[in-house]
Design a protein around this ligand. Sequence first.
Ligand code: PLP
Length: 361
Amino acid sequence: MTPPIYLTSTFAFKAYDEHGGYEYSRTANPGRDLLADTLARLEGGAGAVVTASGMAAVDLVLSRVGRGDLVLAPHDCYGGTWRLLSMRRARGHFDVVFVDQSNAADLAAAFARKPALVLIETPSNPLMRVVDIAAIAAQAKKTGARVAVDNTFLSPALQRPIPLGADFVIHSTTKYLNGHSDVVGGAVIAADSAEIDELLLWANVTGVAGSPFDAYLTLRGLRTLFPRIERQQKSAMAVAAFLERQSAVASVNYPGLASHPQHALAKAQQTGFGAMLSFELAGGVEAVRQFVEAVAIFTLAESLGGVESLVAHPATMTHAGMGSEARRAAGISDGLLRLSVGLEAEADLLGDLETALAAIV
Ligand code: PLP
């Protein structure tokens, strides 16, 4: 029932110029291939490439564009993605335009510049903005752009971008897919098998493959993906509704709330609202400090999607690399906190938040 783990860097050849299907683990490893096949089936893709981190997965997709090409990216993407795009642009590898993809006029203006690749993150990190994958993919098809969707926040349990028209799906498998905060990994799933060949070639050339042990652990975590996320999103809904009623909270960003600007789109595009949310404390940075020092069940830490609940302060943690100007442009304020809701008892989570909010003076 349990797949073996091949902790080997190399494989014995059968004979002169004849290997038995595997040569060297940078190129391919049976456990990593099993994870890739599983992810491709879950996302409805032709294949997948498993990488050593989510950032390596984003960068692998970026290997499909080059000098003179334009990448159209969301202005409120994950800070690490923003930094990678900005630093590659600064080195002249390609051009980038960051736009609010939920603003039709800004999106149309960016499409008029004929991007080669459109990067989508929905729901976005950390503002939980939702964009219409099928509509953007249709627009991209007309202008000849390829579309990559970072599906880290929902996983294929709740959203499948390839049937909606995406060419690539990106994952930080560090998050929900592994789900136990003990692996850093990533994956790219492609709709087209020719793309997989190109991506596999480049992953081998640059050596960004994930390790066999990480593939084993990620497969293990993946077996409980659906019940984990189901339970976590149930608690997240309760947390979001609770926070919305608190006077110390200025606003709550959760696609499951009727107050979310793209609630209807999330309902149509996703099969669940997920377990990530963010909220703005009315008291700003000082309230943030008091809140994060008072929580006991939520841990102040980066990352998300594990079985344990985490709280992060994007301005000083996940999105610090963006710089204050880009954060302001994206709407990420210093009073914003992001929650990853885990598997603890819902009553304990609500009690912890109540205690921490009461600690704000
Ligand atoms: N994409 C998203 C949406 C993320 O949240 C993250 C990490 O937080 C990444 C990509 C990068 O993944 P990794 O940390 O595994 O490199």
